[in-house]
Design a protein around this ligand. Structure first.
Ligand code: CA
Length: 617
């Protein structure tokens, strides 16, 4: 009897002392909204031994219908039903340990903004400016180093943090707008509190928090608002394949199955081809999906339903909170493909007119097309991701102008990539580009030749697809990938106080840079309202005698583009071959020179030059 009393007493004392320590450290998502199409909400509650507590919610219209405990006692998952009767407001989540109460958690349901569900995503009428926030402009030197965060700024280290931030981007939105861009994609701005190499943003430590060295969540929302006020859409970068090993969640895993684990470090084979390869071995495909991207990037296992739901709700939270217009998915083939499909279903169910581009870094058209929504795939796979990145075309653009035309080289490269478009469910929904933050800069690829640069940029902005241009392209920034990523992500000159040159101004750019800047500005601003480029059909003629001619056309509009790839020879273009396109037009406006072309019978093209004619009746 004595023993039993003692046991009960000990248990009560233990529970009492434990209850003293149990606190809710965080709840994700940090708040939610009424009026969402999906009524279910799953809260992740984190706190020392929180699973010993029993949660209760008493708020009209909100039902707590399931509490899920996992291996780790520091987590609870609460399944709520937010019924249409729930009004915006705050309520307490009450936690009881035995019959004792621990401090409750105040949760908020905000009112969903009118029209939020109908938001229009980026599209074919847009041209996207991609910038790396740490390397664009330092608008607030006071946030370069943040107490408690691991990596400090060091601008002399190509792989270090340089201090660029959201304020710096906001300060230069007029520059981006003046150039004629209509959308902005920033490499990730979420917290990357890692000891080194943290500037690029692809090793997230907190999915719900902007890195304080870039700014706060409020600053990010301000960036989106300011962009919208200037007619710029915003695309946010998301990573579902991995996150940092320094993430609070990886440091204290909810379950062992949250990530792929190995006896010793095992890298992905990066062979995304194994996902669609009918002959792929299990070994290779598994290594591709489960191997880690890098030593400090834990590979997430999206087959875990709690994790999958966490990632999906995180996406929806950011769309709703920050009011972005699109998402770029990092490494689309690397997470389980069934997860990406489900993610797409949930996102587009909530926002039917939204848009998403997946990074499909693959060499061939046939395996790229596999990952686009509505692809006709033999295995029936449908990714639900509308836009995919066109790496095959990017490869062709970097080589075409360096080569002499042969049966398959030079301009034929551009031609042959486009002839593969029958493989795509929607070839017009491809993100097209000359380079990006992972590739040799375009001006370096084409041996720093301004004429090749003009030809490539013109092709990019007039062929099918949604073009994207990497920051610094307009001032002919150089850098080769093999030198190291720091060299293709250099600081934009003038982005830092005290920079010797300020390329944000005409005076700060040299003559060649101004020539490139003005060329791009002319084309971008011209493209803005050209629905024949956005929505028109494409017809091209097999490159012949080093000349490639193609047309973008609709019922009553037509644009002709001609590229001469010869380094030495002037080319005469006879119109007779192009009669099926030129037939009903009488004259043209030369978009690049502003001249009127009165005769459409024959044209001449200077060596390594490009011509864009808007045909008129
Ligand atoms: Ca800064």
């Amino acid at each position: 009897m004595k023993t039993i009393i003692l046991l009960v007493l000990t248990f009560t004392i233990n529970l009492f002392s434990v209850a003293q320590d149990i606190r809710v450290a965080r709840v994700d998502p940090p708040f939610w909204w009424t009026g969402m199409k999906e009524s279910k909400l799953q809260l992740l509650v984190y706190g020392s031994d929180i699973s010993l507590a029993n949660p209760e919610i008493n708020y009209p219209g909100v039902q707590l219908f399931e509490v899920i405990k996992v291996e780790n006692p520091n987590y609870l998952f609460l399944n709520l039903n937010i019924t249409p009767e729930a009004l915006p407001g705050k309520f307490s989540i009450i936690f009881k340990v035995g019959d004792r109460l621990i401090p409750p958690y105040q949760y908020e349901l905000r009112a969903r903004k009118t029209g939020s569900a109908e938001r229009q995503g980026f599209g074919k009428n847009d041209v996207i400016y991609l910038l790396m926030p740490d390397r664009f402009s330092n608008g607030d030197p006071t946030n370069d180093n943040v107490a408690g965060m691991m990596e400090k700024a060091n601008r002399s280290n190509p792989d270090g943090r340089h201090g660029g931030d959201i304020k710096g981007i906001i300060n230069h939105l007029d520059y981006i707008k003046e150039l004629g861009f209509t959308a902005l994609w920033c490499n990730p701005l979420l917290e990357n509190d890692n000891p080194e190499y943290s500037y690029h943003g692809y090793a997230v430590t907190d999915f719900y928090k902007t890195d304080l060295r870039f700014g706060t969540n409020k600053d990010y929302k301000q960036l989106v608002t300011d962009c919208h006020n200037k007619g710029l859409k915003v695309i946010m970068d998301f990573i579902f394949n991995h996150c940092s090993i320094y993430s609070w969640m990886i440091q204290d895993l909810p379950e062992e199955t949250w990530i792929h684990q190995f006896e010793k470090f095992t890298r992905s084979n990066f062979r995304a081809s194994t996902i669609s390869d009918p002959y792929a071995s299990e070994f290779d495909r598994t290594r591709m999906l489960t191997g880690w991207f890098d030593k400090h990037m834990a590979d997430l296992d999206q087959r875990n339903e709690l994790l999958a739901n966490y990632l999906i709700q995180n996406t929806i939270w950011w769309i709703e909170f920050s009011e972005i217009d699109g998402i770029r998915i990092d490494t689309q083939p690397y997470p389980y493909k069934e997860f990406m499909t489900h993610w797409g279903e949930r996102v587009f169910d909530e926002y039917p007119n939204f848009n998403v581009v997946g990074e499909t870094w693959l060499q061939k058209e046939s395996i790229t097309s596999y990952f686009q929504k509505d692809a006709v795939n033999k295995d029936g796979y449908n990714s639900n991701i509308p836009v995919i990145t066109d790496f095959p075309l990017q490869g062709a653009i970097t080589k075409a102008f360096n080569e002499k035309d042969t049966w398959s080289d030079g301009l034929l490269r551009l031609y042959y990539v486009l002839t593969q478009d029958f493989l795509y469910a929607h070839p017009e929904n491809t993100l097209t580009f000359c380079d990006n933050h992972d590739l040799t800069r375009y001006f370096s690829s084409i041996k720093e030749d301004i004429n090749k640069w003009k030809a490539g940029i013109t092709f990019l902005l007039t062929t099918r697809g949604i073009p994207m241009i990497y920051y610094g392209t307009e001032i002919l920034m150089t850098g080769e990938e093999h030198q190291g990523h720091g060299f293709i992500r250099e600081d934009f000159p003038g982005g830092w106080e005290g920079d010797s040159l300020n390329a944000f101004t005409r005076e700060g750019r040299n003559n060649l840079q101004n020539e490139a800047f003005n060329f791009l500005k002319t084309l971008l601003n011209w493209r803005k309202d050209k629905d024949v480029i956005h929505l028109g059909k494409l017809k091209h003629f097999v490159p012949q005698d080093e000349v490639y001619v193609y047309f973008r056309y609709s019922e009553n509009k037509c644009v002709m583009v001609a590229i001469n790839n010869s380094s030495k020879e002037m080319k005469a273009i006879k119109a007779s071959r192009y009669k099926e396109c030129l037939g009903k037009y009488k004259y043209a406006e030369n978009v690049l020179t502003d001249e009127t072309v009165n005769y459409l019978d024959a044209f001449t093209l200077a060596p390594k030059s490009v011509m864009v004619l808007e045909l008129k009746k």
